[in-house]
Design a protein around this ligand. Structure first.
Ligand SMILES: *[C@@H]1O[C@H](CO)[C@@H](O)[C@H](O)[C@H]1NC(C)=O
Ligand SMILES: *[C@@H]1O[C@H](CO)[C@@H](O)[C@H](O)[C@H]1NC(C)=O
Ligand SMILES: *[C@@H]1O[C@H](CO)[C@@H](O)[C@H](O)[C@H]1NC(C)=O
Length: 385
C-alpha cells in the first residue's frame, strides 16, 4: 500500500476539502488495488474525464492488465458460489473488537472494529464504515477479506452488522431494509462522536451498497457531509430488473430461493419478537416465502410501510439517483453478474459524472471475482442484492 502514501502526498497539494475526500478515496482505492491484484483485471472505466478519473487511472495500475478468469469456474453463478466457498477457507479470521450499540428505540446492533495495524503517513485519521450484503455479517469471508485489507493499509474499519445479524438477538420487532437509513444515521453519528476528527469513508457490498447509496443521496449527508468518499461493490442498481433476473429458471431461481431461505431463517430465529398477531405481517406466511420478492411483499414492505413491493424497489434503486451522490465514489460491477445484468448498469449516467466511476469487469459474477490461480481474493455471494 505504499502507493497510498505517495499518492496522498500528491493530493496534499490540492485544495483542502478535496484532499479530505481524496484521502478517503485513496483508502478505498488502496483496498481496491489489493483486491484487483488478486481478482480483477483490465476493467472498463465509466466516468467523465477529469480529476477523479485520472486519479483512478494513476492509482490502480492493474487496470491496464489482462483479466484471467478461473478457467474451471468462469460461469458467473458457479463463480459467485465458489468464490465464497474458497475464500471461506483461505481468508484468515479477523479479530474484531465488538461493540454492542443500542439504538434509540431499544434495538441493538453489533459494530465490529479493527484498528489499523500500522499508521500510514497520512496526516489524517480515517475510518471506513463497511455495510455487508443482504444477510452478511462481519464474519462473512468477503467482509473479513476487505476488513483485513483496509486494516493493513493503515485505516480503521468498522463493520455494521444490521439488526438481527451477527449473533445479536433482536430486541424489538424490527429488522432492516435496503433503503431505510435510520439505523445507519445513528451508527454514523456514533462513529463520528467517537472519533470527531476522523475522515469517514464507506464501503457497501450488494444490498449494503444500496443502503450506502441511499445515505449518500440523503439530506442527512447533504447537510452534514459525513462521508468523504465511498465504494460500492456488486450493487444491484435497478431492483425491479434484478428481481426479474433472479427469478429466471433455473440457476438464478435457485440462488434466489436460497437467499429467501436465509431471510426466512432470520425471521424464524427471532420468532419470539416477530411472531405476534399485533404485527402488520403474518409470521406464518412470511417464513414460507420462496423468493426475495415474496419475502419483501409479505414482510419488508409491511415493516417499513411501503405501499407495494414495486414502490419499495423503485425507492431503493440507485440507477436513477447517481447524480445525488456528491462525494468521490468508486463502483465495481461484473458484466456477468446474474443479479445485475450489464444492460442494467447505469453506465451512461456514470459517463457524465466527474465524481463517480463504475469499473466493469467482464467476469466476476455477484461478489465473485475469482481469478487465475490466486482465488484467494475477496468477495462472495450468500448476500443478495
Ligand atoms: C439465532 O440467534 C441467536 C441469538 O439469539 C444466534 O446466536 C444465532 O447465531 C442465530 N442463528 C442464526 C442462524 O442466525
Ligand atoms: C407463532 O405464534 C402462533 C400463535 O401464537 C403459534 O401457534 C405458533 O406456534 C408460533 N410459531 C412459532 C414458530 O413460534
Ligand atoms: C407471501 O408468501 C406466500 C408464501 O407464504 C406466497 O404464496 C405469497 O404469494 C406471498 N405474498 C405476496 C404478496 O407475495
Amino acid at each position: 500500500m505504499d502507493i497510498l502514501t505517495s499518492n496522498v502526498s500528491k493530493l496534499i497539494s490540492l485544495s483542502s476539502t478535496h484532499v479530505i475526500g481524496m484521502t478517503v478515496a485513496s483508502a478505498a482505492i488502496g483496498f481496491l488495488n489489493y483486491y484487483l491484484i488478486f481478482a480483477v483485471k483490465k476493467p472498463r472505466i465509466h466516468c467523465k474525464e477529469g480529476e477523479f478519473k485520472n486519479f483512478i487511472r494513476q492509482n490502480i495500475p492493474i487496470i491496464n492488465e489482462k483479466y484471467w478468469p478461473t478457467i474451471w469456474c468462469f460461469e458467473a453463478r458457479f463463480q459467485s458460489v465458489l468464490a465464497s466457498l474458497i475464500r471461506s477457507f483461505v481468508v484468515p479470521p479477523a479479530v474484531y473488537k465488538r461493540e454492542i450499540f443500542t439504538l434509540n428505540d431499544g434495538g441493538q446492533v453489533a459494530l465490529d472494529w479493527l484498528e489499523p495495524t500500522k499508521h500510514s503517513n497520512l496526516m489524517y485519521d480515517a475510518t471506513i464504515l463497511f455495510l455487508p450484503g443482504l444477510t452478511g455479517d462481519s464474519k462473512c469471508e468477503y467482509v473479513r477479506a476487505t476488513s483485513l485489507a483496509v486494516q493493513k493499509s493503515g485505516f480503521r474499519i468498522v463493520v455494521f452488522n444490521y439488526r438481527g445479524i451477527g449473533g445479536i438477538e433482536l430486541k424489538t420487532p424490527r429488522t432492516y431494509s435496503a433503503n431505510n437509513i435510520e439505523d445507519l444515521i445513528e451508527v454514523v453519528n456514533h462513529v463520528k462522536s467517537k472519533y470527531p476528527d476522523t475522515i469517514l469513508g464507506g464501503i457497501g457490498v450488494s444490498m449494503g451498497g444500496l443502503l450506502l447509496g441511499s445515505f449518500l443521496s440523503s439530506t442527512e449527508q447533504y447537510t452534514h457531509k459525513y462521508f468523504s468518499a465511498a465504494m460500492l461493490i456488486s450493487v444491484p442498481w435497478n431492483l425491479m430488473a434484478t428481481t426479474k433476473n433472479i427469478e429466471k429458471p433455473f440457476l438464478n431461481r435457485m440462488l434466489c430461493s436460497y437467499l429467501a431461505k436465509c431471510l426466512c431463517n432470520l425471521v424464524e430465529n427471532s420468532s419470539n419478537v416477530l411472531n405476534s398477531s399485533r404485527h402488520k405481517w403474518d409470521y406464518n406466511q412470511v417464513i414460507q416465502s420462496k423468493t426475495i420478492r415474496e419475502f419483501d411483499s409479505n414482510y419488508t414492505i409491511k415493516l417499513f410501510d411501503h405501499e407495494s413491493v414495486e414502490e419499495y424497489y423503485k425507492k431503493a434503486s440507485l440507477h436513477d439517483k447517481l447524480d445525488c451522490i456528491r462525494v468521490p465514489c468508486l463502483c465495481l460491477n461484473a458484466a456477468d453478474d446474474p443479479f445485475c445484468l450489464e444492460s442494467d448498469l447505469p453506465l451512461r449516467s456514470a459517463d457524465n459524472l466527474d465524481n463517480l466511476a463504475i469499473l466493469v469487469t467482464v467476469k466476476g459474477g455477484h461478489i465473485g471475482f475469482l481469478e487465475g490461480h490466486r482465488q484467494c481474493s475477496n468477495k462472495r455471494r450468500d448476500t443478495k442484492t
